[in-house]
Ligand binder design. Structure first.
Ligand code: 26V
Length: 837
């Protein structure tokens, strides 16, 4: 596998010239003194400041470099061994990696947490202040990007040969701020304070071409095609360490950054208008400038397709040119590499590999296609039809003319096989075609991915079933055995061991330390759930996590969390299908009950509601919902009639760092999507593993969570997926529900009356009319069941000790959701890439 340097391009003799160069790279001494020395060296020689003159950022950068130094020997050794062994490895292709902060994870992986804290204390520095200085790389939107980050963590921890490929966006997901309760997006300048975790390798750049035309030529009697592109950019690899947990292995994440090629420089040189010419350079560099913040409705933007091809082509070329030895027999490629497609974003890698094999390396089409079909696997992450990517043939043909030809040929041969099987069932042919005709002629990337892949998987049992039965039904019939499920997972290193240190210590006290890499061992906690003393300690852990969250939110946003309240949390992207509106209707119903006098205040369970959610900047209704949540919060929090028993908090800019603080403090996890819409969810797993109870629908991985933890420890409500289908078939009429339920009517009327918008009825009119006339996600249909389930929650919470027992059982029974298990499933059933050392 490829790692930090372009391996066999290194002249090995050079290394042997000086005796010191022959010695293996070693880590600094693993002692407090050793750490202090390394830290001061990095501060002095790396940052160019004396300790006495250094600021927090200097100190953070020096600390980051120091931890990096401890990982370096292992990284170089991992690279070396992978090159020598040439074992089959995974190339994980993902347009997003939502990594979270690196420092804490690196300290954990090296076992240096205590040494580092002590060393810094000796320098008069509180390590917590330095950790707080790190800006997380937010190179993803939500679940899909975070999943990629969990997976590469598990692959490193399980010693699987692998490399992650992606894009080094200069601006990650926008920073969310609120102005008068409305979302305002600010650029995320995550690189501006320095980037100690990355290693650029401009010498290993790939040239990526675009545009132009193709032509045929005669090659010794064989007609071949060549692509004559008309512009290109350089893809510069930036390597990041992916340390395994205490196993001495460090894998690589390689993110590509766009840079103008010489051709652009030449244009600048030749152009009369120098300033204009420099601007042309930024055109090339735009490609990796910014992460698209839409996470479910692809916009068909040209720049987005450029991004996809840019990183897919660079990654394929990197693997073929740099990782494989020079005379590698490409017919063996399927035994050497599997390219995992994280959704359709990298699928253009399929025709790119074909182009490389046929046009560049001269293989026959049939042979190339056989190789290609052995090298890809595809994970689908959605069920929403509008989220399935398509690219207009017009655009694709303009940007990548050769790839369009290749796609057409793949489709032609595929449809011939379909016709051979089914006769001239033209309806079926039209439905399965890689090319769609309406509303315009376009390439269906999910179809291309399915045709090209060894396996296609969904991300939870229900999701995979719906893929087989609905979304990709004809393909399942055509390729029985190609479809499979791999239920998502989360890394217990970041989301339990790092994020919830006190719970981790409690678990380690009970079970010993091995559980972090063997999460099924949490089962052994079941007996501890019956031990009153353990329950008391567990409850104290939860309370201390609430106090910690209070400190964080107070400092970050001036918000207060009352540690005597039930903490009821809904954190995830804002999307109608996830139904933040249902949660909000619950809150408004409680408030309405209090102010109308229908519910005595003494009967209201004290609850703090926390929301965290970003809306895609162009998603109107989602932004209106954010506005409404904030406005309801201002009114409820300020109303003396509530007596502080209900609080609604919406800290802005929810991200991985904040998740690590919120999730361990939560009592109740809100997983309330319309059944059949959430592919899996992974936040649901994080909460359950941290001892929150779930209130949820039968959707995504909620289904599996409930099966594992048991019905007594999960608050299930709402329509099932077949019931949703049934209601949709018969016609969902929201006003029927509105009229039939006085509580619902009253809550909606309260919002519509302007009670949360200073009397202005127009502000939230779009949200209300959406609910009443235009809601694809049937919020009102599940309202009554949701309210009833929340009443069960209140009743259960009233018995604190029994609640704690349920919380412990949630932890004990969620070991299945370790991403180590997900990786094992991929390895055994899709990749066939065993651990190597
Ligand atoms: C789509 C697009 C469209 C174009 C612009 C950028 C962009 C970025 C991402 C996406 C796909 C979003 C799909 C996604 O995130 N799915 C989520 O995947 C999680 C991991 O499998 C899963 O837990 C969630 O249920 C699913 O919604």
């Amino acid at each position: 596998m490829s790692e930090n340097a372009p391996a066999h391009h290194i002249a090995h003799s050079r290394e042997e010239r000086h005796p010191l160069a022959k010695a293996p790279v070693t880590a600094p001494p693993n002692t407090v003194d050793g750490f202090v020395k390394q830290f001061l060296d990095n501060l002095n020689f790396g940052q160019g400041v004396a300790l006495s003159a250094s600021g927090v950022n200097d100190q953070y950068l020096a600390l980051a470099r120091t931890v990096r130094d401890y990982l370096m020997a292992r990284w170089l050794e991992t690279v070396r061994r992978q090159l020598v062994s040439q074992a089959k490895g995974v190339c994980y292709l993902s347009a997003e990696y939502l990594l979270g902060r690196q420092l804490g994870n690196s300290l954990l992986a090296t076992g240096l947490e205590d040494v580092a804290a002590e060393a810094l204390a000796e320098c008069g520095i509180d390590i917590a202040d330095l950790r707080a200085q790190e800006v997380e790389p937010g190179l993803g939107n939500g679940g899909l990007g975070r999943l990629a980050a969990c997976f590469i963590d598990s692959l490193a921890t399980m010693s699987v040969p692998s490399i992650g490929y992606g894009i080094r966006y200069e601006y990650g997901i926008f920073r969310q701020t609120f102005e008068d309760g409305q979302q305002v997006e600010k650029p995320d300048r995550w690189l501006s304070m320095g980037s100690p975790w990355e290693f650029p390798h401009p010498e290993a750049a790939q040239t990526i071409s675009f545009g132009g035309r193709t032509e045929q030529y005669d090659d010794d009697g064989v007609t071949r095609t060549r692509w004559i592109p008309d512009w290109d950019v350089l893809a510069i690899p930036y390597n990041y360490m992916v340390p395994g947990y205490l196993n001495g292995r460090v894998n690589t994440l390689r993110l590509w950054s766009a840079q103008a090629t010489k051709a652009f420089d030449l244009r600048i040189f030749n152009a009369g208008d120098y300033a204009e010419a420099v601007r042309a350079q930024t055109f090339a560099e735009n490609i990796s400038k910014v992460l698209y913040p839409e996470d479910s409705t692809p916009q068909g933007k040209e720049l987005r397709l450029q991004q996809q091809y840019f990183f897919a082509a660079a990654s394929i070329a990197d693997f073929l040119d740099v990782v494989l030895p020079p005379d590698y027999d490409l017919t063996k490629l399927p035994d050497r590499a599997i390219f995992q497609l994280n959704d359709t974003h990298p699928v253009i890698a399929v025709p790119e590999l074909m182009r490389q094999l046929v046009d560049v390396r001269g293989l026959e089409w049939e042979q190339a296609w056989e190789i290609t079909q052995g090298c890809f696997a595809y994970t689908c992450h959605t069920l929403l039809p509008e989220a399935l990517e398509v690219w207009s043939v017009d655009l694709l043909g303009r940007l990548l003319p050769r790839h369009l030809e290749i796609i057409y040929r793949i489709n032609e041969e595929f449809l011939a096989a379909v016709r051979e099987r089914y006769g001239d069932d033209e309806l079926r042919v039209r439905n399965m075609s890689i090319i769609g005709e309406h509303p315009e002629r376009s390439v269906r990337m999910a179809h291309l991915a399915t045709v090209a892949s060894v396996k296609v998987n969904g991300v939870a049992e229900l999701h995979s079933q719906l893929l087989r039965e609905k979304v990709l039904h004809d393909f399942h019939e055509f390729y029985p055995g190609k479809f499979t499920n791999v239920t998502n997972g989360i890394t217990p290193r970041r989301f339990l061991r790092l994020a919830n240190k006190s719970l981790s210590e409690l678990i380690t006290d009970a079970l010993g330390p091995g559980w972090v890499t063997d999460l099924d061992r949490l089962r052994e906690l079941e007996t501890y759930a019956e031990d009153p003393e353990f329950r008391e300690r567990f409850a104290e852990v939860k309370a201390s996590n609430k106090r910690r969250l209070n400190r964080v939110l107070l400092e970050r946003d001036g918000l207060e969390v009352d540690d005597t309240h039930m903490l009821d949390v809904m954190v995830k992207r804002l999307h109608e299908y996830k139904r933040q509106m249902l949660k909000l209707l619950h809150i408004v119903t409680l408030y309405d009950g209090i102010v109308s006098g229908r519910v005595p205040i003494s009967e209201v369970t004290p609850r703090t509601f926390i929301f965290g959610a970003k809306a895609a900047p162009g998603y109107r209704i989602a932004k209106d919902i954010i506005h409404l949540i904030n406005k309801v919060g201002s009114v409820v929090n300020a109303d003396p009639a509530v007596e502080g028993r209900l609080k609604v908090l919406f800290p802005p800019n929810y991200n991985v760092t904040l998740a690590e603080r919120i999730i361990p403090a939560a009592d109740l996890s809100e997983q309330i999507s319309l059944a059949g819409k959430e592919a899996s969810g992974t936040g649901n797993m994080k909460f359950a593993l941290n001892g929150a109870l779930t209130i949820g629908t039968d959707d995504g991985a909620n289904v599996e969570i409930r099966q594992l933890v048991g019905d007594d420890h999960f608050f299930l409500f709402g329509m099932t997926e077949p019931e949703v289908e049934e209601l949709a078939a018969k016609g969902y009429v929201p006003s029927d529900f509105y009229r039939a339920d006085p509580n619902l009517r009253s809550a909606i009327d309260l919002i519509a009356s302007g009670a949360f918008s200073g009397g202005d009825r127009s502000v939230f009119e779009p949200v209300i009319s959406n609910l009443l006339y235009n809601d694809r996600f049937m919020v009102l249909a599940d309202y009554a069941a949701y309210i009833a389930a929340q009443e069960r929650v209140d009743a259960a919470y009233a018995d604190a000790d029994t609640w704690t027992r349920s919380a412990i059982l949630n932890v004990a029974r969620c070991g299945f959701f370790s991403s180590d298990r997900s990786m094992r499933d991929y390895i055994d059933r899709i990749w066939h890439t065993p651990p190597s050392f």
